[in-house]
Design a protein around this ligand. Structure first.
Ligand code: AN7
Length: 357
């Protein structure tokens, strides 16, 4: 007889966390098996982190390579339940990749509006491969989102940006997983902030687990924006946001109020990091921890480094950093900041010489 203890297939976050989700019809569930992503301790960066324990939540291991899948499974499930035949979103890239994949799975049409020239290659290729109608707007993300809102109000297409409440409901599942993997809530939770849906979602998730008596404390929520796209830190809209981290190149966050509530209720901060700090963290986690995330994701690690230097974090604190998207999303940036391959002849002696063995 087989000795396997069958755990069964992971059913995706809607079904796995159904007790904490708004009602849904099981037959309508559209899932690609999202969620259940690894939480990996950054053990090789003691020189940087000192005595704080830092865990990386690898959201790039979701089906389309970013955390967006957690919200998209629920948004598309509810759209299907309501009889929708098409979804629409504005996106800096990852939302469009996720919406396109889940729409394909649901047999729906997807329309994605992206800022021309500001979307990483991998993300664009995903939307195209999944058969979405990709519309490159001669404008930025904030303008695209305004147009999408108007279209969704007036035409029979369901908006799946995080203004769709099911997006936040799905994304809160990442906080549940962190608690289950650690056995408790972390002291601090760091994450990049763009449109501010994710920080809103994590805070909701932590509070729900506390209310249910599953955890006894809440983390301080630590959000990090790129310095050239930091409307929450500055306290006003940024008309022409600029950053190498294109995922968070956003000047007018849709979930502004949720982010401010998460910060203030938890006693956390929303701060900013420069592109140089983002790129330094991006390279460091790849080189030291073997984790390739996209530039925007590294804003969370850059935030930990900055807060550690400022003396805010204490030895023994448990810190979780959400690495929101996979490094393969943005191969161009990776190629630019890395040591270039060496061109060698097909000659072993010469190759060994170059290897400096
Ligand atoms: C890798 O895809 O807004 O603060 O349109 O792709 O919840 O917006 C992406 C955002 C962080 C910021 N990291 O999250 C989009 C989009 C990555 C991202 C964020 C995004 P929010």
């Amino acid at each position: 007889m087989d000795q396997l203890t069958r755990k069964g297939i992971w059913n995706g976050i809607v079904r796995e966390f159904s007790a904490f989700m708004p009602e849904f019809v099981d037959e309508s569930v559209v899932t690609l098996g999202e969620g259940n992503t690894p939480l990996v301790e950054a053990v090789n960066m003691k020189d940087v982190f000192g005595g704080i324990r830092v865990f990386l939540k690898l959201e790039g291991l979701n089906p389309t390579g970013s955390f967006k899948d957690r919200g998209m499974t629920f948004a598309v499930t509810k759209a299907k339940e309501a009889g929708a035949t098409a979804v629409i979103c504005a996106s800096t890239g990852n939302t469009s990749a996720s919406a396109s994949a889940y729409a394909a799975k649901a047999g729906m049409a997807a329309y994605v509006l992206v800022p021309e020239g500001s979307v990483a290659l991998g993300k664009l290729s995903q939307a195209m491969m999944h058969g979405a109608k990709v519309l490159e707007i001669a404008g930025n993300f904030d303008e695209a989102l305004e147009i999408v809102k108007q279209i969704a109000e007036n035409y029979p297409v369901t908006m799946v940006n995080s203004l769709n409440p099911y997006r936040i409901q799905g994304q809160k599942s990442a906080a549940f997983e962190v608690c289950e993997h650690l056995g408790h809530a972390p002291t601090y939770h760091f994450l990049p902030v763009g449109n501010a849906g994710n920080i809103t979602a994590y805070w909701m998730g932590y509070k729900e687990y506390k209310e249910a008596g599953l955890i006894s404390s809440l983390p301080k929520m630590m959000g990090f924006q790129a310095a050239g796209a930091a409307p929450i830190v500055l306290g006003h809209t940024v008309e022409d946001p600029q950053t190498i981290a294109t995922a968070i190149k956003i000047g007018k966050p849709a979930s502004l109020e949720g982010a401010i509530a998460a910060r203030d209720e938890s006693g956390g901060v929303i701060e900013m990091v420069t592109d140089d700090e983002i790129l330094a963290a991006y390279r460091l986690v790849a080189a030291r921890e073997g984790v390739f995330c996209e530039p925007a994701s590294a804003a969370s690690v850059a935030g930990v480094i900055k807060m550690r230097e400022s003396g805010m974090l204490n030895d023994g604190d448990t810190v979780v950093c959400t690495l929101t998207g996979h490094g393969l999303k943005d191969p161009d940036t990776a190629m630019e900041v890395s040591v270039q391959p060496l061109k060698v002849p097909a000659d072993m002696a010469k190759i060994v010489e170059v290897m400096e063995l």
